[in-house]
Structures are given as structure tokens and as C-alpha cells.
Design a protein. Sequence first.
Length: 180
Amino acid sequence: MNVLGLNDPKLGEVVVSEQELQSRISQLGKELEADYADRPPLLVGVLKGAFMFMTDLARAVGLPVELDFMAVASYGSATKTSGIVRMVKDLDLDISGRHVVVVEDIVDSGLTLSFLKRNLLSREPASLEVCALLVKEGLQKAKLDLKYVGFKIPPTFVVGYGLDVDEKYRNLPMICTYKA
Ligand code: 5GP
């Protein structure tokens, strides 16, 4: 296949197209708008993978949201999480008493999100929900209470729309499988 002019043999099929992404994100934006109409939320994007989702989602919510970012890193190989997560960049804002929505790119084992939720809940937000663009089917060990989910996808490694391998493929406008 030929994506962005690249004839890259490592890219496989399209799992979520650009059009499917945009239409689902606009629905998610409307859901958030209805649920948070009386209490505009603070959107917390998890870098780097969620940067593209965050910018599209924020524009789809017709409320005066605020944005902040944090970055975590998990030890492991390029295509597998180890479950050991550390904070690389903390939030700039104080979230105590705030209505927080964590904006995540993809939930695989759920270990990263468990770490993030524990960390953020200890700061006593008024509420904390998660909006994950992609959730891999059947892999989560702990119950995660994902209130907003874009797409459930099969448990294969994917790239694009923020998701990388060694910092590449983040700017693909769609989600594709990747052949390691
Ligand atoms: P978890 O802790 O849920 O196993 O993994 C979450 C993190 O691992 C994501 O935030 C993402 O950074 C990375 N990850 C998990 N699955 C994939 C995938 O299919 N593709 C890419 N590029 N990253 C992934």
C-alpha cells in the first residue's frame, strides 16, 4: 500500500480510516459537550501518542475546555509494554477540585492507564473520566472504567494518528497495522 507517498512494506492494512476517525471524534466531542455542559472540563492529554487525538477532540467539544499535558514512558521494547511506567513530564496545572478527562491514544494491557489514574486521583480532582481513542479487545488485566471509547480494535500493533514506532508514522492521518 502507499500511504503519504511512502511505499512502506512495514505498513499493513488500514484499521481505522481518516474519515472514520473524524466522524467518531466529532461524536465523542458532542458526548463530552452534553455531559460537561455545566462544568467545562480540563482535558489531560497523554504525550506523545495522544497529541493528534487531543487537538481534534478539543475542537469537537463546544465548551470552554482547558488543556494540559503529561508524558509517561514505559520500559520495554518498541512494540511491547513492560508495565513499569514512569512520569516524564508532569501537568502544569493543579487538578484538585477540577473535572478531569484523561485523553489517551490506546489502551493495550491497561497498565499505563492504571498508573495514570492512581496518580491523578491522589490529587483529588472533583471527577476523573477517561476518553481513549483505541482499546485493544480482551487484553486489559484490571477493570478500567473507560467512559468514552473511540474504537475497539483487534489486539495487533498499530501505528498512525499519533502512534509511532521509533518516532515514525505519527503523522499518518489513519490507523494502520505494522509488521514488526
Ligand atoms: P498499556 O500500558 O495499556 O499496555 O499500553 C499503553 C501504551 O503503550 C500506549 O499509551 C502506547 O504508548 C503504547 N502502545 C500500546 N499498544 C500500542 C500499539 O498498538 N501501537 C503503538 N504505537 N503504541 C502502543
